[in-house]
Design a protein around this ligand. Structure first.
Ligand code: DAT
Ligand code: MG
Length: 143
């Protein structure tokens, strides 16, 4: 999910390009204004943390772009493309490392495990919003 700062800063295309260029397949995408309820559910695991309230307010402050990407090892690989939580320590070459300077404005969310990804896809998307398709370049990406 491209967070409000990523959308406001005009980095939607840049983020999508990185995932496309890596070879992952986009199967769902929407720009949306997030409700407090959805933000709270999404970050439920962090509800006892001191930054929770600010995080929920931030995520619901301006539109986000929610996406579902598919491919071998996509969850772990996406976390690598995204980089460490704090953009100041995220490696250059990662999205957060290249474009961010503070943890509360780290541009993008990525599911941290396959199970979490499944839960988050169900939270953010209905089944009609997801496309099952095979890119023609598949044989050029996978042997
Ligand atoms: P990640 O987004 O890398 O999975 P996380 O799940 O630990 O990181 O935290 C969720 C988000 O909460 C994170 O992207 C930014 C915010 N956050 C985390 N730690 C924070 C902190 N110490 N201060 C402010 N915001 C924080
Ligand atoms: Mg997380």
């Amino acid at each position: 999910m491209i967070k409000p700062d990523g959308v406001q800063r005009g980095l939607v295309g840049e983020v999508i390009s990185r995932f496309e260029a890596k070879g992952f397949t986009l199967v769902g995408m929407k720009l949306m204004q997030v409700s407090k309820e959805l933000a709270e559910k999404h970050y439920d695991v962090h509800k006892e943390r001191p930054f929770f309230k600010g995080l929920v307010e931030f995520i619901s402050s301006s539109p986000v772009v929610a996406m579902v990407w598919e491919g071998d090892g996509v969850v772990a690989s996406a976390r690598k493309l995204i980089g460490a939580t704090n953009p100041l320590t995220a490696e250059p070459g990662t999205i957060r490392g290249d474009y961010g300077v503070s943890v509360g404005r780290n541009l993008i969310h990525g599911s941290d495990a396959i199970e979490t990804a499944q839960t988050e896809i169900n939270l953010w998307f209905s089944s009609e919003e997801l496309a099952s398709w095979q890119p023609t370049m598949t044989p050029w990406l996978y042997e």
